[in-house]
Design a protein around this ligand. Structure first.
Ligand SMILES: [Zn+2]
Length: 229
């Protein structure tokens, strides 16, 4: 009678070799892989609306924020693309986050059609205290509505919601770059400019890009860093 012995698999030897290789790498690098992981706490952006917003407004804002914070310019300026977005009214007591930034939406963020007015104030701001730009971002919805209002006349309600979300996200990312870089300065173009017009606010909006003349050249004071020097 022939007895067949199972063929010895080489798989355990290969697995053992791989484990050994990983251990050698970890010893050689002093555990750098593990440290690199733990040295980058995840950022959570918590958005507080001073006035109640509709579900569609939250959806539009967070969708635009996801796009804006993952843009090349934003990520190059230190904004983490894996940031978690949270609604302030969904924060429960005892919530623990590793690294948080708060956004305060000031005023009414409903975009309504309105006649042209002269810009009066900043679209957003952050504060610098004892040399540190604090992780609290303020967005001036009232000023945004004044800027975008003349363009809102022919828009449907869902389009207004979308446009307002894009504009708010643009201002948030501008201020967020001040916080992430701890730099109060401004760039000559893109989201770090010191003043925005309607085209800048809606830079990521494909259906707005080709309408430069129609939307005029009105400029709004964008943003500021207020506080000590
Ligand atoms: Zn600024």
């Amino acid at each position: 009678m022939r007895v067949a012995f199972p063929r010895r698999s080489r798989r355990p030897e290969i697995v053992g070799l791989l484990v050994w290789l990983v251990m050698v790498l970890l010893v050689a690098t002093g555990g750098q892989f593990a440290r690199a992981d733990s040295a980058a706490p995840r950022t959570t952006l918590i958005v507080y609306a001073k006035r109640k917003m509709r579900e569609e407004q939250w959806t539009a804002l967070f969708g635009s924020l996801q796009t804006a914070m993952r843009a090349k310019e934003a990520m190059g300026a230190g904004i983490p693309g894996d940031t978690q977005l949270l609604r302030g009214d969904a924060v429960v007591p005892g919530l623990v986050v590793e690294n948080s930034i708060a956004v305060y939406l000031e005023g009414d963020c409903n975009l309504i059609a309105r006649p042209k007015t002269t810009p009066r104030g900043a679209l957003g701001w952050v504060l610098r205290v004892h040399g540190t730009i604090e992780p609290f971002i303020h967005v001036n919805c009232g000023e945004l509505v004044e800027m975008l209002g003349p363009n809102a006349l022919g828009m449907s309600e869902s389009r207004r919601t979308e446009v307002m979300g894009e504009a708010m996200a643009h201002v948030v990312v501008h201020e967020w770059i001040h916080v992430a870089s701890q730099n109060p300065g401004h760039g000559g173009e893109g989201v770090t400019k010191s003043a925005f017009d309607v085209r800048d606010l809606l830079a990521e909006d494909a259906s707005f890009n080709g309408k430069r003349e129609k939307h005029g050249k009105k400029r709004g004071a964008c943003c500021m860093v207020a506080g000590d020097d």
